[in-house]
Design a protein around this ligand. Structure first.
Ligand code: SAM
Length: 257
């Protein structure tokens, strides 16, 4: 590892502690019946305990310099497929069929788009990922607080979202400037029309200081329809978006359809 020059812009903060890596795999509850998608395999530190669990693992890595560390693992473990390239452009359905669990130590610069991709993919059944502590807090935030926003609602609409462990910066090589946490999102709830719900949620958080009514009408929603919907849900006409629970957003979107 000494010779490798970590790329800051690719978020290359690697893990080496065997206990922590095993703990992440057990947080994810991964076993031989599972298919796992790992985003950002690096040198394979997390990939190894994942394949050792017996799961079918698809490990994505964008940096071609890391291929020489990952291909030998692939040779050794027939249940591992290494995919070199940008995860955001990868065609997951072209690779395998069926459900999967996502497990990763995510690169910081691309955390939010990766999370939204996984949360929006119905085939993804759970997401267990290392993220910046501040992102973990946003994912698990409850209505009303400053951290509660689009990411919280998207994660919690799907099921339970929780911070499962805190991880100090010294656990990474090289250490980043922030602390991290492992979050787990169990996508165990069926949601109909998530895209439409998220449209309402995005509009609701579009202008944080404005009322929900103002945000929605600026985004093109009919004022009378919004007034009636808020009344039906027993919400004040001047409520702010950040007060609504994921279930209330879901009900609101249905009424605004
Ligand atoms: N899993 C390894 C570990 O825990 O030691 C590495 C984790 S490191 C935080 C993130 C990895 O994601 C880096 O190896 C980086 O090159 C890779 N990466 C960054 N952007 C990516 C992308 N768009 N698609 C796939 N991998 C990416």
């Amino acid at each position: 590892m000494e010779k490798f020059r970590h790329s800051h812009s690719l978020g290359q903060n690697f893990l080496t502690d065997g206990n922590l890596l095993s703990a992440i795999v057990s947080d994810a509850e991964v076993g031989a019946d599972d298919t796992v998608v790992e985003v950002g395999a690096g040198m394979g530190a997390l990939t190894l305990p994942l394949v050792k669990s017996g799961a079918r693992v698809f490990a994505f890595e964008i940096d071609n310099r890391l291929e020489e560390y990952l291909r030998p693992l692939e040779k050794e473990y027939p249940n591992l497929t290494v995919v070199m390239g940008d995860f955001m452009k990868a065609d997951i359905s072209g690779l395998f069929a069926g459900e999967y669990k996502a497990v990763a130590n995510l690169p910081y610069y691309i955390t939010t788009p990766v999370l939204f991709r996984l949360l929006d993919d119905v085939r993804c059944k759970s997401v267990t990922v290392m993220v910046q502590k501040e992102v973990a807090e946003r994912i698990a935030a409850t209505p009303g607080g400053k951290d509660y926003g689009v990411l919280s609602v998207s994660a919690q609409l799907s099921g339970r979202a929780q911070v499962v462990r805190s991880v100090g910066r010294q656990m990474f090589t090289p250490p980043p400037n922030v602390d991290s946490a492992v979050v787990k999102i169990d996508k165990n709830r069926e949601i109909e029309g998530k895209a439409q719900i998220m449209e309402v949620v995005r509009a609701a958080f579009g202008m944080r200081r404005k009322t929900l009514m103002n945000c929605l009408s600026s985004a093109g929603y009919d004022k009378i329809k919004v007034t009636n919907a808020l009344q039906t849900l027993g919400l004040c006409p001047d409520v702010r978006g950040e007060r609504l629970s994921p279930n209330e957003f879901s009900a609101l979107a249905k009424l605004l359809k």
